[in-house]
Design a protein. Sequence first.
Length: 157
Amino acid sequence: MSTPTPITALARRWRMELDMSAARDGSDWQLVPGVTGFEPSAEPNIEDSSDYDSGGWAGNTKTGQAWELGVTINRRINDQVKVYHPTHEALRLASFAFGSASQVHLRYYDRDGLPEAYEGTALVTWKPSGGEYTALDQVELTLTGDGPLVPITNPVS
């Protein structure tokens, strides 16, 4: 029996969905279509915890964690009824709101069923890219975590 040759995962493996339910209870996950760039990060806050007892070796302690998604989307529209895609519109409106209305409940996961999958609540920064007359209507999103980013079971696994 031969061992399969490993292949490199592709960046486009990520799928992002918004919880569009009024209760934000995960009962209405909807695709955020048109993603052209996806950059997740979860950076720890590490503080120096060195002391005299370490024999000269530095000590470090993780004291916090922050997460963020950088996402670029192509805007999706229905040109027959003149509306934007509902998840795009939910992100845009959240970027202008305050309080709980400024937050979105989201999840993202490997669309091929690999184990990476996460869920959390984030604040939205919405920045249209602009461009030449031939450019697509793209928006650069920054989704800044508000609370934990929780590893979940991949919904397609």
